[in-house]
Design a protein around this ligand. Sequence first.
Ligand code: PLP
Length: 462
Amino acid sequence: MNQHTAPNDISAVVEADRRHVWHHLTQHKPYETSDPRVIIEGRGMRVWDATGKEILDAVSGGVWTVNIGYGRESMANVIRDQVLKLNYFAGAAGTVPGALFAERLVGKMPGMSRVFYSNSGSEANEKVWKMIRQISHRHHGGRKAKILFRERDYHGTTFGTLSAGGHAQRNAQYGPFVPGFVEVPHCLEYRSQWGAIENYGERAADAIEAVILREGPDTVGGLCLEPITAGGGAIVPPAGYWERVQEICRRYEILLHIDEVVCGMGRTGTWFGYQHYGVEPDFVTMAKGVASGYAAISCTVTSEAVFDHFKDDADDPLSFFRDISTFGGCTSGPAAALENMRILEDENLLENSARMGDRLLANLQGLMEKHAVVGEARGKGLFAGLELVADRTTKEPVPEAMVKAVVAECMANGVMIGAQNRSLAGGMNNALLFAPALIATKDDIDAITDCVDHALGRVFTH
Ligand code: PLP
């Protein structure tokens, strides 16, 4: 009996799953008539399902979360010890891991100084927008309340975050949305809105300014961007983009919110994605890699200048940030986050992410030479994407079903990769996505891209 053997009653588990679990992002009719997969165990870069099948995980738990890999004993120990000591306390009292992690975290983020805890990326983003709205009420007479977001960026599933959602298909059927959110154009040069131009990065940033001028600068309070767009197709901003964005925000006194829910904690080879570009944000949010999925924790981090807007004003009993997240008081979150950070540092996982990311991107770019269906390979550190097109000249996207077929072929061969999943309108769900754990070795990276090579051959020549 191998160590990954499922419990004896696994068929009862499969049946319970089939009958009672409403799965995330899943079309249930095909799911229930297929053979549902139950994942039993994870170790390092690999997981095992109930049949004993070993799967090399190139997406860190499905949605780019398990940055330090599965099965870390020290994480289990830290969480256990903290839960036994004090599992929970919320409100205006401090806790040991809450205080220590906040201090360690802002130490990695020059210019930032305050951490507000909650437990999902959506929630962390909502906190920022509530803060911006409150600043608007307190300091701008209710003006500067609009929040800009970008086409192809994603910020979560709540009504607020869907209202700032640049994924049209995800939003379909859930409106009406929260007012005061305005979309700006994407910055994917491969699909340039202005044809082939030299200074695409600056032009794409200027398109944000055009929206600000159209709306009226005195109505716009915040701009929310992913540092590198993840689920919208692995979009690495073009040269000159971020510098111009910062300039525009300063010119119009617009607070800059960077959503690091995916890119934070070493995913792209630096602690945070924005640190590649020398940007100075007012708000940074993070979630997935903060405790690598060992505990649920998200953080809204702000500068002291932002925090100063909320310091108690004795004449105004409503001057503070009147917000709480019940489970933001779970101490296992920051305790796990401290250990997660220790592991990232002690094992040099940021450097590994950068090095293995270069290898992943080079391998994916190599696939362009073999497969006409590969339109572009993009990425930074260990987040990468491969855009598949029916024709390289017209850049017509391949149908989403073909992208899913590549994912299924890889899974059949023991490698789990990802793809856009009914997110963008206009047939633009044509990118494969990769985000392996930051512990990936050269052999892991090569095994992933070899499998994709094989799958592209199978799907597009049969
Ligand atoms: N922001 C980004 C960039 C994301 O990719 C996600 C989720 O994938 C979120 C926010 C939402 O995070 P959560 O699912 O934890 O609410």
